[in-house]
Design a protein around this ligand. Sequence first.
Ligand SMILES: Nc1ncnc2c1ncn2[C@@H]1O[C@H](COP(=O)(O)OP(=O)(O)OP(=O)(O)O)[C@@H](O)[C@H]1O
Ligand SMILES: [Mg+2]
Length: 247
Amino acid sequence: MIILQGLSKSFNGVKVLDNLNIEFGDKQITVVIGRSGGGKSVMLKHIIGLMKPDSGKVLIGGIDINALKKKELNEIRKKFGMVFQDGALLDSLTVFENTAFPLRRHLKLSENEIKDRVFSVLEDVGLKGQDKKMPSEISGGMRKRVGVARALILNPEIMLFDEPTTGLDPVMSDVINNLIISMHNKFKFTGIIISHDISGAFKTGDIIAMLYDGRIIESGTPEEFKNSANPVVKQFITGSMEGPILI
Ligand SMILES: Nc1ncnc2c1ncn2[C@@H]1O[C@H](COP(=O)(O)OP(=O)(O)OP(=O)(O)O)[C@@H](O)[C@H]1O
Ligand SMILES: [Mg+2]
């Protein structure tokens, strides 16, 4: 479904992605871990075509998205749901209207159809009865769930999550991880999660991949990943100061 081939990207002469290669399996959840500032969000922005690589390709369903015209790229983007790190909710709109936003933008539905779909997805994410609240009236974890609901509402084939649990307490992180798992079971999307949360990654990921020094240095099932012989991976998952990772 999604293949990154020899992707390189520099900013002001500094290489952030350096010949990065990875294939994201169809209908699987891949969790990408790596250091702050390591290029994870940059990688995600290449996948949705918000950034263009200096060299290399982004293939979605076999199509090189950087060879597309704007209109064709917009069509491909409809396949994507993206959950932003801060939720990126519109502060002046209710939970209902935030969730309905992509529907109103992309589809011509009756008000009743919109209501049905919004109420159904809000129930899926555990926000039944919260539709009239404003973003400022709900907690951070609830805002993340509204972000998930909004990303799911067009029933996308691909879901991208940029640090869905960062800034949440461990219990709420677990709630969000479980929500991603149950939504994945229900909607069967291809999922890419960027995360710093190692235990969450092992729980939610079919595949764990580590981005380091601009490339993917390890990827495999959680079991394979835990048994990695790579000293960088070992240091990262144990969270130790000692090891090859430069601070
Ligand atoms: N538009 C941009 N212009 C210039 N530099 C950028 C731009 N976007 C990202 N960078 C740089 O690229 C590097 C990687 O950034 P990125 O946001 O991908 O890191 P990250 O792995 O997502 O980190 P974090 O875990 O903290 O979110 C950083 O050094 C950042 O300053
Ligand atoms: Mg980031």
